[in-house]
Write a protein that binds this ligand. Structure first.
Ligand SMILES: [Zn+2]
Length: 138
């Protein structure tokens, strides 16, 4: 913890003309500041990682084949189950006929909604209780 009184001490030493002593104390304070700053950055990074993990734990759903991420009222995905379980990566699956395919690891997943799409009765966007699915691949 940086100490206000140490900075005041530096100021008083400069005022009294004790510049060498003031520089020595100031150097120690700078080293301490850098340590505190670096620790703060590391803690911020860890906090962000924990927040990301907590967010995923709360909002990631597994439908028996692949993962979906809820973001507000929007449901994004599907994401590759293999890539997430192995590497913790959310890799969006691409449509490949009546299947979903991971462009990273090559895993193929059967689309539950394939029959509905073929008959034109229902689209994936409307199937999941009003949730909207953002599709990157067409
Ligand atoms: Zn994959």
């Amino acid at each position: 913890m940086l100490d206000y009184y140490r900075f005041k001490e530096v100021h008083d030493l400069f005022t009294k003309g004790k510049c060498d002593e003031a520089k020595k104390v100031l150097g120690m304070l700078q080293e301490k500041y850098i340590e505190v700053h670096d620790e703060n950055e590391m803690l911020r990074t860890q906090l962000q990682e924990f927040e990301d993990i907590l967010y995923l734990a709360k909002n990631l759903e597994y439908d028996g084949h692949s993962y979906w991420l809820k973001t507000g009222t929007i449901k994004q995905g599907p994401f590759c189950q293999s890539c997430f379980d192995r590497d913790g990566l959310l890799i969006r699956l691409g449509e490949s006929g009546d299947q979903w395919k991971c462009l990273s690891c090559g895993a193929v997943y059967q689309r539950d909604d394939a029959a509905a799409i073929n008959t034109g009765r229902e689209t994936p966007e409307r199937r999941e209780s009003g949730a909207k699915v953002i599709q990157l691949y067409k």
